[in-house]
Design a binder for this molecule. Structure first.
Ligand code: ZN
Length: 502
């Protein structure tokens, strides 16, 4: 603060929202019973070369001015976070939880947060968080010593003492039925026994899957049962999911995110919406689906570049995004489940002459899903039209409960054996996990030679076969498991236009 013509300048690569802090801070100070000092005010945001964005620094700027003009005194070392309204009320902002956690790691142990973000901020461990509803309340807190602070503390959110380092796959965390939006029950899906089995395999082993079938065959309905079939997140996964939700969300969180993510972005989604980016370097769908399922309906309708951008995150389990001067790496361990028609009209391959698409058009349609992307799909399943008789007459199918229980058990076996789901195994770890006998090895070679698969194709076969064996609860992969995996490896012939790269 300096003498001279009254003014207010913010330097240090602030974006528009942050530049507008000047107006919010001025209004908030005046409306909180303090004097706005008639001096030259310069706010310097360091380090200078790093871009700053958003409104999370409002409170810090306002308190800085009040301390600088000696209207407020600060006792000890505090961090303050929050957006101000013109009237002086404090509001929470996206990403509060990771900010609090990062401050805690930097040994700032006392943090003032907006009252509506208190529950979220308290999800971070080992940090002394206090809440203020207004600028005036925050100023009072700053003066006080550690003890004897004014505001009543709400009860700490039950985090179960957070067993950091607890082993992934321990019994806890694999419970069923905590997802809030469970979708329809599997019992509502008529017919489609093969697709139901394919979905069970996919979820049990974390395998990527594509369903191909005409409109009305139940692809979307089947996909919507997924949230009810997925096991809850374990503690470590829940922490990561909660941070991702904090950064992506508009509403402050109140508790750990326990439901395994199920994201189904529309095919009009932008590139940045899918992989992440934009002015705030926000996480995209591949990150919001981390440790869960990314469902893409009408797969060929997505923008080609957007689909291609899925390959790297699928392979690496993380995605690097950058914008001018900033870069970030986000987790993206998602499982891809997709649905598509066999041709633009949807009826190719049914042999009933209803498809009116020109052959060239069909090829071009299916080719929108590129070879390298197809090559990353473990399970292909064809879903024929459901015949009226089958729809009306077929008896009751298994409900979601029983399938979910098998999925949980199969995943538990994988975690105990390898510490990861089968879809993330490769090389020696995969061969070791399969424990193929000589007869089974010969059988796998026969299958591979029959369809001309590459080494990559064989690995995919082994992974799915391993999951089939896990669902059955057996330690060694047998020929029947290999056969089943092979059935879901080759849609060629049954699904028109698709020659899957081996
Ligand atoms: Zn057609």
């Amino acid at each position: 603060m300096a003498p001279g013509l009254p003014g207010f300048t913010i330097v240090g690569l602030a974006d528009t929202a942050l530049q507008e802090a000047r107006e919010r801070v001025r209004g908030a100070i005046r409306n909180s019973g303090y004097e706005y000092p008639p001096r030259r005010i310069t706010v310097n945001l360091a380090p200078a070369e790093l871009r700053k964005s958003g409104a999370s620094l409002d409170l810090a700027i306002a308190l800085g001015i009040l301390v600088g003009s000696e209207q407020v005194s600060a006792n000890g070392r505090w961090a303050v976070l929050g957006e101000l309204s013109l009237g002086g009320e404090l509001r929470s902002m996206p990403g509060l939880l990771p900010m609090v956690a990062a401050l805690g790691r930097r040994t700032v142990k006392r943090i003032v947060v907006p009252l509506d973000g208190l529950a979220e901020a308290r999800l971070a461990c080992d940090v002394d968080v206090v809440a203020a509803a207004t600028l005036a309340e925050a100023a009072v807190l700053l003066r006080e010593s550690r003890r004897g602070r004014a505001r009543v503390q709400p009860p700490r959110v039950e985090l179960a003492a957070d067993g950091l380092g607890e082993r992934v796959g321990s019994d806890r965390g694999w419970g069923i039925g905590v997802a809030s939006e469970m979708g329809p029950d599997l019992a509502e899906v008529r017919g489609q026994l093969e697709a139901r089995r394919a979905l069970e395999l996919a979820l049990a082993g974390g395998h990527s899957m594509v369903m191909i079938g005409p409109p009305g065959s139940g692809k979307t309905l089947l996909a919507r049962t997924v949230p009810g079939l997925l096991p809850a997140l374990d503690d470590q996964e829940a922490r990561i999911a909660t941070i991702i939700a904090s950064v992506s969300g508009s509403e402050p969180l109140t508790d750990l995110v326990r439901a395994r993510p199920f994201r189904s972005p529309h095919h009009t989604i932008s590139y940045a919406g899918m992989v992440g980016g934009g002015p705030l370097l926000s996480p995209g769908e591949v990150t919001r689906a981390n440790d869960g399922v990314l469902f893409l309906d009408e797969l060929p309708e997505y923008d080609r570049a957007t689909l291609e951008a899925l390959r790297q995150p699928m392979e690496d389990g993380e995605v690097a995004i950058s914008r001018v001067g900033r870069a970030a790496v986000f987790p993206s361990r998602f499982q891809l489940i997709a649905a598509m028609n066999p041709c633009p009209c949807g009826h190719a391959g049914e042999g009933d002459g209803r498809c009116r698409c020109q052959p060239g058009i069909v090829d071009r349609y299916t080719a929108r899903v590129s070879g390298p992307l197809r090559d990353r799909i473990d399970i292909w399943v064809h879903m024929p039209r459901v015949e009226p008789a089958e729809y009306v007459l077929s008896g009751a199918h298994e409900g979601s409960d029983r399938v979910a229980a098998r999925v949980v058990e199969a995943r538990r076996r994988q975690m105990l054996r390898s510490g990861r789901v089968n879809s993330r195994l490769s090389g020696r770890a995969l061969r070791g996990a399969c424990a193929l006998g000589q007869a089974e090895q010969a059988h796998a070679v026969r299958l591979a030679e029959m369809d001309g698969w590459s080494a990559r194709g064989i690995e995919r076969l082994l992974r799915v076969a391993r999951t089939a064996a896990d669902l059955e609860g057996v330690e060694r992969v047998a020929e029947t498991h290999l056969d089943e995996a092979a059935r879901f490896r080759s849609p060629t012939g049954r699904c028109l236009g698709f020659a899957v790269a081996g």
